[in-house]
Design a binder for this molecule. Sequence first.
Ligand code: NAP
Length: 303
Amino acid sequence: MYDILVIGAGPAGMTAAIYARRAAKSVLVLEAVSHGGQILNTPDIENYPVEEHISGIDFANKLYNQAKNLGAEFVFEKAVEIKDAGDHKEVATTKNTYQAKAVIIATGSENRKLGLEDEERLTGRGISYCATCDGNFYRNKIVAVVGGGNTALEDALYLTDIAAEVYLIHRRDSFRGEEANVASLKEKQNIHFIYNSNVTKLNAEKRLKSIELTNSKDGSVQTLEVNALFVAVGRIPENQNFANLVELDEAGYIPAKEDCHTNVPGIFVAGDNRAKAVRQLVTAASDGAVAATEAVHYINGLG
Ligand code: NAP
């Protein structure tokens, strides 16, 4: 029996592990893929206090080492269910079942797909959801990014240093992402902005050859020859496995106030899968600290 079981080894989950260990609680962190989560896809973090520049991979490794050195245990298994057994919770993975007095759900979110025919088949054959992972395959090639948030802007910026030409396709004419990112992008010589357009078709043989764009204002269609399309159209919270027990809102997020309590006593939520206004590295870390502190209070009978 662990004191606190954390589901997800992203910035929220690993920060929670640090706070829980510093409160002398035993901690197990379950992670389905690899430690770091979404931040692994960010080439250069510039908005985390104190660190002026750090890569997502370095950030994730430092956080992982910090949690491990404090005594948090990590097991790389996917959690598929939480059961409330009254005085403790049971968390089932695809391989085992673990018990803990309190659980923190810090599962983050997964890539939203465009929902186009052949999108899945072409993933890894011209379609990518991670510019930092796959950008280097398209050195001096022509690539496109679709999306209008910070991820799309940062991906496009990253790719301008690698690819010959970068098209940024957005369905509206103003970006959701930060103005500072837009300004940096506008300084690049090889960026081309395509506004009010949706990617409506993928043309391919074995690999992606071109994409079809439909203008949302006049309905006109154009074909753009590209070697790759980087999809950055947001994320979907990874809460579905816990929906039998924990309340979700209509968008799939777990509603919780600043105290990170879910509707189930002893189950807390931290990070991008919590319903909230600002989803940033720093707010994920903040959630982790709060959720762990609340979990410690719960175990100690204080909250
Ligand atoms: P996001 O902010 O939700 O933006 C998603 C973008 O994709 C929006 O521009 C949206 O268009 C567009 N979109 C959604 N569905 C679409 C579809 N089916 N077809 C075409 N376009 C579609 O997602 P994100 O950029 O992944 O960012 C997620 C969160 O992480 C945000 O809070 C962001 O600020 C944060 N983030 C922060 C950093 C950083 O601080 N360095 C880096 C990356 C991300 P509309 O605008 O029209 O809705």
